[in-house]
Design a protein around this ligand. Sequence first.
Ligand SMILES: NC(=O)c1ccc[n+]([C@@H]2O[C@H](COP(=O)([O-])OP(=O)(O)OC[C@H]3O[C@@H](n4cnc5c(N)ncnc54)[C@H](O)[C@@H]3O)[C@@H](O)[C@H]2O)c1
Length: 382
Amino acid sequence: MTSRIDWVRANCRLLLAIAEEFAATQPFHGLTIGTGIHLEPKTVALLLTLKTGGARLVCTGNLNSTQPEAVEYLRANGVDVIGDRTTDEREHDRYLRQVLAAEPHLLLDNGGDLFARYLDHRYGQLLGGTEETTSGRMRLARLRSQLARPILVINDSPIKQFAENRHAVGQSVLESFLRITNRATNGRNVLVFGYGSVGRGIAASFRNAYASVAVVEPDPVLRLEASFDGFAVPERTTGLRQADIVITATGAQDVITEADLDVLRHRVVLINAGHFPAEIAVDRIVADARVTGRRDGPEGITTLELTNGREIHVLTGGHMVNLGGPRPLGNSIESMDLGFALQARCLEAVACGRTSPDDVLVPVPSWINALVAEAFLQLYPG
Ligand SMILES: NC(=O)c1ccc[n+]([C@@H]2O[C@H](COP(=O)([O-])OP(=O)(O)OC[C@H]3O[C@@H](n4cnc5c(N)ncnc54)[C@H](O)[C@@H]3O)[C@@H](O)[C@H]2O)c1
């Protein structure tokens, strides 16, 4: 029997094509790449592509997301993996420092963990690398002059913004709602907080699933865009009073709090799709005197009973819904194949000197976006 990792690898058409090319061109011959990114099936496909390009890999995961099957698979394929799944920040810090102790020539970072620690343990041969996230770019921005090496930011690519953040997250949040609750979306009132890339995709996916979708967004220009896209844009309390499903996608804190308890509808489902679990103040809601009972389960669903006789449901404890609940799959293979093709091409560009030392924390170069877009259109013909 083949594993899920084999299925993912076989479906990452861009990465497979890049691996074939890298096997001949060997862009990473003699180089070590240090990585600090989630160790799960899709990153396995990326890491093994880099290895085919001649790299020696020294890898660790991110806090609390390392999947044992991914570690086992990588080790069986000759990748040096440091540590296992941990929620302990000190242990995680030790793993990251062990990656840097190998003095990698290139770093593939997620959240700025490796580049920030590199400054405590500098060595001459670091050429540069990539940063996956906007939060990592913001964290590292104040260290720009000390880093002084090309670091290409994957999230700042239009391809990543529309393919993953908008389309793939929209689909996987809808998939997660259906999988966790087994309830229909048809005719339900859905209220989406935030109309950035993520909120936009969620609103569209639920509308496509026959829900009636409204958007709350403080930025008037984006609110106008939501309105032009055909969504209602009610004042937040009015929207909350009518909502059967509330989804936060803002990157902000305390979007839904105990102050909303009196207006929430009976049996409303509260869902967070934003990165941090602080968008819905679950702990404060649970501790509120108006909450008289709590039932946990089935997997991923918490039900709270209120003094006014209503019940509210919270999915996955307010953590990112598409990475929680039973058997979470995350975003689609195609979207990750695109994002990781950008990663592979950016690391190749740094390794081969196609970037300048001034490219510190810059977006993916437009020629790489064009290359990856052309390849996707060829390899996934419509
Ligand atoms: N679940 C996933 O797989 C996944 C994937 C990518 C990004 N994310 C996360 O989703 C979040 C949103 O990402 P994005 O790229 O759309 O961000 P963004 O900054 O482009 O958009 C967020 C929007 O929320 C609005 N907003 C802020 N506070 C608000 C409030 N209190 N009420 C209503 N709207 C508010 C902002 O005005 C902004 O327009 C981030 O936390 C991001 O890290 C999650």
